[in-house]
Design a protein around this ligand. Structure first.
Ligand code: FAD
Length: 286
């Protein structure tokens, strides 16, 4: 491992962006370090300087703002999992945060780090995709907002430009609904997802949002499955949603060797998770 020679801890977004712009590609932003430190140890990254973003109050803020929940990029998974606003208004995000790693990882790991690391197996991006989240990005050219799908462009790849940092995820409030999140891993605890299913649904108002992790190069919703479920929110429509999800995955990733196992699991898990979200909505939320 090549140790970074400089460790910098800015206290504002402008200072962080300025440092990254001045230092160039030799500098890397770091938040909880749970992905980056592993990469440093493996020799997969060797920045000369680390710019620690966790001392910037704006990036740790979490609040309701103009019909959305604004989650600062440095909000940890532990906080998301326990936050009353997130739990009551966008419970899908809390459910996803609860299954990240272990208590130690959830205490350090951040929502922004999970998104920017852009692993196909990450837990929060499917929930964010289902909820239609946008990413707020700050850089030398100012602040811009893009849909999550335009930020994460593929496995390990994002559209962040030179000296840009992710400042927040903006999650529009969908109104009362039920949520369910299921993750399939190799073992029960501290497991990276082989695949995951995120569902938010409101049978009373006839809408469903369904997204999958671990099977697409970047997070995305599955409109065919959402339409199928919204036809009745009953076991038959849930089965149909499962089949639609299976077809969507086959069309994009069907050639991968793991698909012989994953495709039937996608079908069954989408059907089960969809019914769970619908039942929670009918029972007064999740
Ligand atoms: C043992 C273990 C178990 C894990 N289990 C899970 C799991 O179950 N589910 C899961 O999804 N993940 C898991 N992870 C991965 C990791 O914990 C998460 O991805 C975490 O959310 C990363 O956040 P972080 O703040 O630690 O990111 P960091 O390690 O600090 O950063 C990750 C990457 O994002 C960049 N970055 C961070 N913040 C920003 C920002 N605001 N703007 C621009 N760039 C930024 C960094 O430069 C780096 O490239 C696990 C990791 C370990 C070590």
């Amino acid at each position: 491992m090549t140790r970074p020679r400089r460790y910098l801890r800015p206290t504002s977004v402008a200072e962080a962006v300025g440092l990254l712009a001045d230092l160039g590609p030799a500098a890397r932003p770091v938040a909880g370090g749970t992905d980056l430190v592993v990469a440093l140890r493996r020799g997969e990254a060797a920045p000369e300087a680390l710019v620690d973003l966790t001392g910037i109050p704006e990036l740790r803020a979490l609040a309701e703002e103009g019909g959305a929940v604004r989650v600062g990029a440095c909000v940890t998974h532990a906080r998301l999992a326990a936050d009353p606003l997130v739990g009551s208004r966008v419970p899908l995000l809390a459910l996803a945060a609860r299954v990240v790693g272990s208590a130690q990882i959830r205490n350090l790991g951040t929502l922004g780090g999970n998104v920017v690391n852009a692993s196909v197996a990450a837990d929060t991006p499917p929930a964010l995709a289902a909820l239609g989240a946008a990413a707020e990005i700050a850089g030398p050219g100012g602040v811009r907002r893009v849909p999550l799908g335009d930020l994460v462009t593929g496995p390990g790849r994002t559209a962040l430009g030179h000296a840009e940092i992710l400042t927040a995820l903006i999650v529009p409030l969908p109104g009362p609904h039920g949520a369910a999140f299921e993750k399939v891993g190799r073992r029960w605890a501290v497991s990276i997802a082989r695949l995951s299913v995120a569902v938010a649904a409101d049978p009373a108002r006839g809408w469903a949002r369904i997204s999958l992790g671990g099977v697409f190069p970047s997070p995305r919703r599955i409109p065919g499955a959402e339409t199928a479920l919204a036809r009745g929110f009953d076991p038959a429509s849930a089965e149909e949603a499962g089949r639609a999800a299976e077809e969507a995955v086959r069309a994009v990733s069907g050639g991968r060797p793991s698909m012989a196992y994953k495709l039937p699991v996608v079908r069954g898990l989408v059907a089960r998770t969809a019914l769970e979200a619908a039942a929670r909505a009918r029972g007064g939320g999740s």
